[in-house]
Ligand binder design. Structure first.
Ligand SMILES: Cc1cc2nc3c(=O)[nH]c(=O)nc-3n(C[C@H](O)[C@H](O)[C@H](O)COP(=O)(O)O)c2cc1C
Length: 332
């Protein structure tokens, strides 16, 4: 399949595995890239030596296929991570939670494609002016840190605001979601929750089981009060967190104490005391699969159950912006 996203990133299928802090390592990213998508190593909160090692592992698995890494810009060590990724010359950097302005020039000079994750059309337009190659428009159905807008409202609004390609994220776990994203104007999708249960994903089995069993109403948002909302599965930890957030007497130290190490605990299998980040699309994830199978099924399913020719939609989306040729069956 050929869209402006596949052309830009040098990948075979327009499916990006979203960064997942403490989870998306070189093994997962490498498997996704080897399968034709783009695997992203999550660098948020990770030691520099770990990042370097994961890039090595991902490259070993992916061979010549490109690999990406994600920088959480609110991370105090973001400047060091940005410098390391420039040195390692990863193919793509995605950014979240802030402005990549300080790093853009160095990344561009190193030939790295820069793809910020945005939650509003205003931020998308700002990123385009700053030189971003594409944006990920992530709706609040997603797992992890979220904005306010839904994917359904955000994606077309971002598509109207920028000329660079738009990748949709949030709530996409099967072909129907992918087809819908393309119908909204996207030329690629970023998927997180679907990859939590693939064989190559490192989270504990107990966490995977909770994702597989989740229903559509089984996620909850914590952290709204602090301005850093996070979506995850309902469990003891999330209920206690919500209770504390509603308690007018609770102070920020108590809240921070609850957050500290909570994702790590979930990743290691503490499904009661950890923060099991996952999106609403967990309700659509019923099987374990390999990363390659998940990607192949997503694409096949988009055309069968989604009832749409993704290639034609992608070309229409690119042409509507009046700036890119897209080849269908040999014709421009
Ligand atoms: C467990 C988890 C951790 C995440 N961590 C990050 C992160 O470190 N950086 C980031 O930019 N996005 C992060 N995300 C968001 C994903 O990259 C992706 O955009 C999102 O999961 C897509 O929506 P979906 O969950 O509905 O598939 C995380 C998502 C999950 C589920």
């Amino acid at each position: 399949m050929n869209t402006r996203v596949t052309d830009l990133l040098g990948i075979r299928v327009p499916v990006i595995q979203g960064a997942m802090a403490r989870i998306a390592d070189g093994k997962l990213a490498g498997a996704v890239s080897a399968a034709g998508g783009l695997g992203i190593i999550a660098c948020g909160g990770a030691p520099l030596a770990w990042i370097e090692e994961q890039v090595r592992i991902a490259r070993e698995i992916a061979g010549d296929a490109p690999i990406g890494a994600n920088v959480m810009l609110m991370d105090p060590q973001a400047p060091q991570v940005a410098e390391l990724l420039t040195k390692l010359r990863v193919d793509v950097v995605t950014t979240g939670a802030g402005s990549p302005a300080n790093f853009m020039a160095a990344w561009k000079e190193a030939g790295i494609k820069v793809v910020p994750v945005v939650a509003s059309s205003a931020l998308a337009a700002r990123m385009e002016r700053m030189g971003a190659d594409a944006v990920v428009a992530e709706g609040c159905e997603a797992g992890g840190h979220i904005g306010e807008l839904t994917t359904m409202a955000l994606v077309p609004s971002v598509c109207d605001a920028v000329r660079i390609p738009v990748i949709a994220a949030g709530g996409i776990a099967d072909g129907r979601g992918m087809a819908a994203a393309f119908a909204l104007g996207a030329e690629g999708v970023q998927v997180g929750t679907r990859f939590l249960t693939v064989e190559e994903c490192c989270i504990a089995d107990a966490y995977k089981e909770r994702v597989l069993k989740a229903k559509d109403s089984d996620t909850v948002v914590t952290g709204r009060g602090s301005g850093h909302p996070v979506r995850g599965l309902k469990n003891k930890w999330a209920r206690a967190m919500r209770k504390l957030e509603c308690d007018a007497a609770a102070n920020s130290d108590e809240l921070e104490g609850m957050y500290a190490g909570s994702l790590r605990r979930a990743v290691e299998g503490d499904v009661d005391g950890g923060s099991m980040m996952a999106g609403q699309s967990a309700a659509l994830v019923h099987e374990r699969k390999t990363a390659a199978r998940a990607i192949a099924d997503l694409l096949a399913d988009a055309e069968v159950r989604g009832g749409m020719n993704l290639q034609q939609l992608a070309c229409a989306n690119a042409q509507r912006t009046g700036r890119a040729a897209c080849v269908v069956e040999g014709k421009e």
